[in-house]
Design a protein around this ligand. Sequence first.
Ligand SMILES: *[C@@H]1O[C@H](CO)[C@@H](O)[C@H](O)[C@H]1NC(C)=O
Ligand SMILES: *[C@@H]1O[C@H](CO)[C@@H](O)[C@H](O)[C@H]1NC(C)=O
Ligand SMILES: *[C@@H]1O[C@H](CO)[C@@H](O)[C@H](O)[C@H]1NC(C)=O
Ligand SMILES: *[C@@H]1O[C@H](CO)[C@@H](O)[C@H](O)[C@H]1NC(C)=O
Ligand SMILES: *[C@@H]1O[C@H](CO)[C@@H](O)[C@H](O)[C@H]1NC(C)=O
Ligand SMILES: *[C@@H]1O[C@H](CO)[C@@H](O)[C@H](O)[C@H]1NC(C)=O
Ligand SMILES: *[C@@H]1O[C@H](CO)[C@@H](O)[C@H](O)[C@H]1NC(C)=O
Ligand SMILES: *[C@@H]1O[C@H](CO)[C@@H](O)[C@H](O)[C@H]1NC(C)=O
Ligand SMILES: *[C@@H]1O[C@H](CO)[C@@H](O)[C@H](O)[C@H]1NC(C)=O
Length: 336
Amino acid sequence: MVAKFLLFFLLYCTTALAQGPAAAPAPAGPTNVTKILEKAGQFTVFIRLLKATQEDVTLNSQLNNTNNGITMFAPSDSAFQSLKTGTLNSINDQEKAELVQFHVIPTYLSSSQFQTVSNPVTTQAGSGDRFQLNVTTTGNAVNISTGLTNTSVSGTVYTDGQLAIYQVDKVLLPIDIFTPKPPPPAPAPEIPKKKKAKSAESPIVPKDISGAFQTVSNPVNRAGSGGRVALNITTYPNSVNITTGLTNTSISGTVYTDNQLAIYRVDKVLLPMDIFTPKPPAPAPGPAPEKKPKKEAPVADTPVVSTTVNTSGAVSCAHYHVVLLAVVIFAAIFSL
Ligand SMILES: *[C@@H]1O[C@H](CO)[C@@H](O)[C@H](O)[C@H]1NC(C)=O
Ligand SMILES: *[C@@H]1O[C@H](CO)[C@@H](O)[C@H](O)[C@H]1NC(C)=O
Ligand SMILES: *[C@@H]1O[C@H](CO)[C@@H](O)[C@H](O)[C@H]1NC(C)=O
Ligand SMILES: *[C@@H]1O[C@H](CO)[C@@H](O)[C@H](O)[C@H]1NC(C)=O
Ligand SMILES: *[C@@H]1O[C@H](CO)[C@@H](O)[C@H](O)[C@H]1NC(C)=O
Ligand SMILES: *[C@@H]1O[C@H](CO)[C@@H](O)[C@H](O)[C@H]1NC(C)=O
Ligand SMILES: *[C@@H]1O[C@H](CO)[C@@H](O)[C@H](O)[C@H]1NC(C)=O
Ligand SMILES: *[C@@H]1O[C@H](CO)[C@@H](O)[C@H](O)[C@H]1NC(C)=O
Ligand SMILES: *[C@@H]1O[C@H](CO)[C@@H](O)[C@H](O)[C@H]1NC(C)=O
């Protein structure tokens, strides 16, 4: 058998050499990896991945154009079924391609050659710590280990001296794709968008927020832009002060911030001149329906005060605390 193959190989090489480097027609037409897998059955998911990532085209052309050959560990359909649900959906296209490539060694390895292979084996996905694939043999068993998956070869699907396809009953998971990567430098606080305002009240982190407002141009707010609803924010070395003409205060803490929404705590209600000047020394505004800023503002348990504002005033007062298209919210604890 081996002798026959060797003879064939020698013959093939001689004819190839005789014909020159240009023309070397593959003996039986180009090999088609997905066709072979289709014929074998029970590899429909892997075939789908090969096609979706266009790795099938790459492999077929590698087989046609190089003499190194290819070894493939093809996970059976039941291998994919035993993955945690959603595993494939949780990875992006690039990672899908890498996952397929991780199952391919760009060298032909007969099952006996597994005995002398040096670990870790380099796959089409590349080498390195996070793409480790070790192949070891014990007796007749060929074991594979990736650091995340331990399995062994359960059968030979196809082998022709150029292409070897072995069946595995587990998907080989590379560490690189399926182990959480080191956290990014600036992690956003993981506060769900829903009803978190209450609990966020308590631990107010006294972090440096001065940078956030340094370049703001005054007056800044969205209740309107007239002088009578102006809101000015000024940054000092140790504080961020806000003035409306009626209220002077400074930010006393950061309640929440991500790249979309920032909520800062202020300990005074920001009174716009527009609503509160025409009248004599105004008391604090009533709690008002407060429909607009839903749950963001911890407007709880406000003592009821006689009210000099009508509803539309209250709504615009609520707007007044929301600056720059809902990016920044000043949430006051009503203290009067
Ligand atoms: C390989 O076979 C598949 C069907 O199994 C077919 O869709 C595809 O076109 C073939 N590729 C080539 C290059 O012949
Ligand atoms: C296979 O390779 C030969 C020569 O290298 C080329 O002429 C032929 O088009 C290739 N076939 C495929 C399907 O890539
Ligand atoms: C190889 O795999 C078989 C079955 O998967 C297992 O019984 C055996 O312990 C493994 N051998 C090594 C050295 O891991
Ligand atoms: C693979 O083998 C190498 C060399 O023996 C070893 O350093 C490494 O820890 C092994 N990795 C896995 C995932 O088994
Ligand atoms: C794989 O096998 C090695 C040694 O046999 C063991 O230390 C490791 O925990 C196993 N990993 C998994 C994911 O089963
Ligand atoms: C806000 O700043 C603008 C521009 O610097 C200034 O004209 C205005 O008087 C300030 N208003 C208040 C209430 O401080
Ligand atoms: C706010 O501060 C400014 C300057 O710091 C001061 O002129 C003004 O009287 C203060 N207003 C109130 C209502 O405290
Ligand atoms: C900023 O506000 C703080 C506290 O409200 C106050 O002590 C400080 O004097 C203010 N700074 C300026 C320059 O108005
Ligand atoms: C409420 O106030 C707005 C302006 O702030 C005014 O246009 C409106 O007429 C007032 N409504 C009532 C019922 O007083």
